[in-house]
Design a protein around this ligand. Structure first.
Ligand code: FAD
Length: 261
């Protein structure tokens, strides 16, 4: 019993419920906080929806996302409130879009409710998107973004800068994106590694911060025990191994459906 518990705690898996909870909160609760969506904000929303429609793995297919994407495409402006209404009605009409209620976080579960959850889910979702974009370049061959290796990073940059509810986090991220030259990634693999490096920079900054869950310390990811080959003996990263690790962890084929009836 005890052994099983401790081995569970150090697992590093990708859960469908975490991805879906993040998507759901984003669509139904977060985008709606933006009063008026037009101009650059509308552009950010469109790019986000394009990438989600192409690469988010909803269990019953992505018609729900296609419908929302197409409605948004046909509008030059809408309020955040209208958007969340659209998300809610589309979800109802197409039910069931999401799996398993109640919506418990699994990989992103905090030791109390004030820790982890949505921000963790959002990171997880964007890592998953960069990885599957790299693994399946021809999934949607004629998509507007398919020639751009930074398409997922662009969608993330636009989403975080425009809609992410934590304004300080968004400002930090956009500043870091500029310094780290987010749009210089020349391949989809480089984009995967760009996001991994950026996330580790955030982990380093937040290590020991009041927002850190004491039971889930910020580490330089991945942990040595999950990927011994990811570090050379001198401690520096072996990025080829890191890339392989990320491609395995975040690929569709690794998704765990535990907790879903
Ligand atoms: P998270 O950091 O949320 O990570 C989620 C999961 O991703 C981890 O459990 C792990 O499995 C995996 N992971 C961790 N590191 C990597 C990596 N390098 N590459 C791939 N996978 C990895 N909070 C603040 O207080 N201040 C901020 O400025 C801030 N900025 C943020 C910016 C963004 C864009 C986002 C999405 C969140 C930000 N947050 C910020 C929230 C913070 O980063 C964490 O999400 C939150 O503290 C919860 O941490 P966590 O322990 O669940 O792990």
């Amino acid at each position: 019993e005890g052994e099983e518990h401790s081995s569970k705690k150090t697992d590093d898996y990708l859960y469908q419920l975490d991805l879906e909870n993040a998507l759901h909160y984003s669509m139904n609760n977060e985008i709606s906080l933006t009063k008026s969506i037009n101009g650059e904000k509308m552009e950010a929303l469109r790019k986000y929806l394009a990438v989600l429609t192409a690469y988010f793995p909803l269990r019953r297919g992505n018609t729900y996302l296609e419908v929302i994407r197409d409605v948004v495409k046909s509008r030059s402006t809408m309020t955040g409130e209208e958007f969340s209404q659209l998300a809610k009605t589309t979800e109802e009409v197409m039910s069931p879009v999401y799996s398993g209620a109640p919506h418990q976080w699994i990989g992103c579960k905090g030791s109390t409710n004030s820790y982890r959850g949505y921000p963790c889910g959002l990171w997880t979702m964007f890592h998953m998107l960069t990885v599957n974009f790299a693994l399946e370049p021809n999934k949607v061959p004629r998509a507007d973004f398919s020639q751009d290796p930074t398409a997922v990073l662009r969608a993330m940059h636009g989403y975080i800068g425009t809609f992410f509810g934590c304004a300080d986090c968004a400002a930090h991220f956009v500043e870091m994106a500029g310094k780290n030259k987010i749009f210089d990634a020349h391949s989809r693999d480089e984009a995967v590694l760009w996001l991994w490096r950026a996330h580790n920079q955030v982990n380093a900054r937040l290590s020991g911060d009041a927002t850190e869950d004491p039971e889930h310390k910020k580490i330089q990811y991945p942990a040595i025990e999950h990927c011994p080959a990811c570090r050379y003996v001198n401690g520096s990263w072996n990025e080829e191994e890191v890339l392989q690790y990320l491609k395995t962890k975040y690929s569709y084929s690794s998704i765990k459906y535990d907790g879903i009836s």
